[in-house]
Design a protein around this ligand. Structure first.
Ligand SMILES: NC(=O)c1ccc[n+]([C@@H]2O[C@H](COP(=O)([O-])OP(=O)(O)OC[C@H]3O[C@@H](n4cnc5c(N)ncnc54)[C@H](O)[C@@H]3O)[C@@H](O)[C@H]2O)c1
Length: 362
């Protein structure tokens, strides 16, 4: 039976809630007793994820198929609910694709954010949490701290994120009652421990973890590690991998601490893990092989990227709790669950499942 969220708690609009980070954050919100409304145009998300969120939490979610650049569609949604906060995940996120589709990226990410903020302003919604990215730091000295000058020019995607930050900061100057948190994620990976939701990209994955899991299942032949001659202990790039549920819980905690003005926080673990270490941990933790080989460096990749998490630790008490082994295990459990689900669907479409049921009935 579906339970309602605690009456005393607020309602949060989660844009992009049918996608990877938005669905996990919806779980964290519902588990903390908030009501969740999702708006997503499904360009890269799945309505099924919203149903899975309901299954995990036993709570119901209102879903709208809507585009965040469509002001009228947003106005209709805002008119039907009384939102206490908005978490804005909806956007286009592929660095590679952003070179070929720069205008789409500026339109969806920058215009979408400005349109949503405008509608929040019109309806008196005063809390806004924005999905930014460590990409905005570009080539900088590690660990990356929130007050560093940004250098997002390495790709159009990074530029859009930096522009969105600027749009929101300017908006908060205009309206000091409006509370904004800009959360710069490092490398979110992993999945909910239930195996029901996780990272499920369309086509060939851009991000490393779904690539690893698909190589491990044999769906992809091998993983290419771009560069083994970096100035790092094992020669491969270093990243700050952070569990998606830690990120999700970071959103709830941030929202509960919003108190006027604009704040910026890094969401990472503060520890660097090399690409090679990630693959070895994945193999060891899951007892599975991930065939891999080294390839030339990829243009635009920075050598080392990890967060200084001091500010978010001190100011809101958030700290990533899960390990790289947890990230590898949960991502693999999700991939296995996904494969099982696909096999069941295939069998059913061939008449397998139905045939057995009919036999039993006869
Ligand atoms: N996953 C990462 O590694 C990462 C890292 C840093 C920042 N981010 C940011 O976090 C946010 C969420 O990322 P994700 O990994 O969950 O991506 P995702 O693609 O899984 O989720 C984004 C969701 O937004 C929806 N969407 C896209 N354009 C839309 C539009 N115009 N209107 C309504 N819905 C729209 C998509 O259908 C999708 O469900 C993005 O803004 C991304 O830039 C992600």
């Amino acid at each position: 039976m579906k339970k309602n969220a605690r009456n005393s708690k607020d309602t949060v609009l989660v844009t992009g809630g049918a996608g990877y980070l938005g669905s996990h954050t919806s779980v964290a919100l519902l588990e903390a007793g908030y009501n969740v409304v999702v708006a997503d145009n499904l360009i890269n998300g799945y309505e099924e994820n919203v149903k899975k969120v309901e299954e995990i939490t036993g709570a119901s979610v209102t879903f709208y198929r809507a585009d965040v650049t469509d002001e009228q569609a947003l106005q209709k949604i805002f008119a039907e609910h009384s939102f206490d906060a908005v978490m804005h995940f909806a956007g286009l996120k592929s660095v590679k694709e952003s070179f070929a589709r720069a205008l789409d990226y500026y339109h969806t990410n920058v215009s979408g954010t400005a349109t949503l903020a405008k509608v929040c302003n019109a309806f008196g919604v005063k809390k806004f949490i924005f999905s930014s990215s460590a990409t905005v730091y570009g080539e900088n000295q590690v660990p990356f701290t929130e007050h560093m000058p940004l250098k997002p020019t390495i790709n159009p995607y990074g530029e859009t994120k930096s522009m969105c930050e600027r749009v929101l900061q300017d908006f908060s100057l205009m309206n000091p009652e409006f509370s904004i948190a800009i959360l710069r994620y490092f490398n979110p990976v992993g999945a909910h421990a239930s195996g029901k939701i996780g990272e499920n990209p369309r086509g060939i994955p851009d991000n490393i973890m779904p690539y690893i899991t698909q190589v491990a299942t044999g769906k992809l032949e091998r993983l290419h590690i771009f560069g083994n001659d970096y100035e790092t202990p094992d020669g491969t790039c270093i990243r700050d991998f952070v569990h998606v549920m830690d990120i999700a819980e970071g959103h709830v905690k941030t929202m509960e601490h919003l108190d006027g003005g604009a704040v910026v926080y890094n969401l990472g673990t503060g520890k660097g893990t090399s690409v090679k270490e990630l693959i070895y941990t994945f193999q060891q933790e899951n007892n599975v092989r991930v065939p891999h080989e080294f390839a030339a460096r990829r243009e635009g990749d920075i050598e080392i990227c990890y967060a200084d998490t001091g500010k978010v630790n001190r100011e809101i008490g958030w700290r990533a709790a899960r390990t790289v082994a947890d990230m590898c295990r949960d991502a693999w459990q999700y991939e296995l669950a996904l494969m099982k689900e696909k096999a069941t669907l295939l069998e059913a479409s061939r008449g397998g499942g139905t045939f057995i049921d009919m036999e039993k009935k006869v």
